[in-house]
Design a protein around this ligand. Sequence first.
Ligand code: AMP
Ligand code: MN
Ligand code: MN
Ligand code: MN
Length: 282
Amino acid sequence: MPHEPMNADLHCHSTVSDGLLSPADVARRAHANGVDLLALTDHDEVGGIDEAQAVAAELGLGFVPGVEISVSFAGETIHIVGLGIDHRHPELVAGLRQVREGRDARAARIGEELARVGIRGALEGARGFAGNPALVSRAHFARFLVTSGVMPDVKTVFDHYLVRGKPGFVEHEWAQLEEAVGWIRAAGGIAVVAHPARYRLSTADMKRLFDRFQAAGGEAVEVVSGAHTPEEAARFASEARRRGLLASRASDFHGEKESAVDLGRCNPLPPDLTPVWSRLLQ
Ligand code: AMP
Ligand code: MN
Ligand code: MN
Ligand code: MN
């Protein structure tokens, strides 16, 4: 049965990770943009949920607690979103703490790698952009490289720096796929493969990713994402049909100047797919 038109946006970021707006302002902007159902999904962190949820309640905006967990898989970083989580669940909280703990040493190494190509003060610069000292991300380094005049904008930074084979890249071991899905499920949530078209995986590794994800109890995939072209959305719509996965729709909004798609402004899901929010609204 076709689902009702619903403006769901189930993946975005606040200053608690690498977004540019506070959790309260994310909720306000989503409401102003006509979002009906919002999930805040900060990287490896649930510290913004209470604030966003309180503002959403005041505004009458539907809200789902979420998180975006960093996972290492086949030499790539993969992101698994958890939706409808109990963000106080001890197993999830402990897992996320463990994932965050590696970020300090990694950030220091990114700073050292940038110093090797003559860029000084990057660690301090990145920290200056981080709203949460436990969550220094490459996005914060990218902002430093823009304001210090090395690169014109954040998108261009990632063509020349901070990625494999370029200055400022460091290998890092994040969570295992099964761990991330397990924490989300323990906390009563639905696990979602975030923006799958962004991963540089072989066809065989992409198949293994989804096989292992589903075997671990993962249930959904971001079909429509701010990080997907319409062709990429069509490819993962087919994957959702073939595998019987629920479909998600998400801007992955970080901030006005940095994101291609604003909160609530994604394309609709293909009407034959089962939207993940059919399970979140039960
Ligand atoms: P980290 O979790 O520290 O590896 O940082 C990953 C973050 O960097 C992503 O969530 C994005 O916010 C940002 N990022 C990574 N690649 C790109 C890109 N190509 N363009 C813009 N932002 C990117
Ligand atoms: Mn990010
Ligand atoms: Mn992501
Ligand atoms: Mn994201």
